[in-house]
Design a protein around this ligand. Structure first.
Ligand code: SF4
Ligand code: SF4
Length: 84
């Protein structure tokens, strides 16, 4: 499983620095931030620590298993970001 960022994200950039495995991108200073509507979590690297969800000011991050039905698509969308 992994945590997933949804479109509630405001790109405040608080979460990338707290991730112990640096799997949230684009992070500050990386290319592509303007092109995305939210940051993304790499599901192959996330270790489910929950640190990102705990710090998000807008509650945009969920464990994949807790995603509301209407936001399930963001699991695939987060994963797809890392395939491109
Ligand atoms: S749950 Fe932990 S490992 Fe996964 S993206 Fe969030 S901070 Fe990183
Ligand atoms: S902390 Fe929340 S709003 Fe800020 S970049 Fe991360 S997911 Fe987006």
């Amino acid at each position: 499983m992994a945590y997933v960022v949804t479109d509630a994200c405001t790109k405040c950039m608080s979460c990338p620095p707290v991730c112990p495995v640096s799997c949230i991108h684009p992070a500050e200073g990386e290319e592509g931030l303007d092109a995305v509507s939210h940051v993304n979590i790499n599901p192959d690297e996330c270790i489910d620590c929950g640190a990102c969800a705990g710090i998000c000011p807008v509650e945009a991050i969920f464990p994949e298993s807790d995603l509301p039905d209407e936001q399930r698509k963001f699991a695939a969308e987060n994963a797809a970001y890392f395939k491109s």
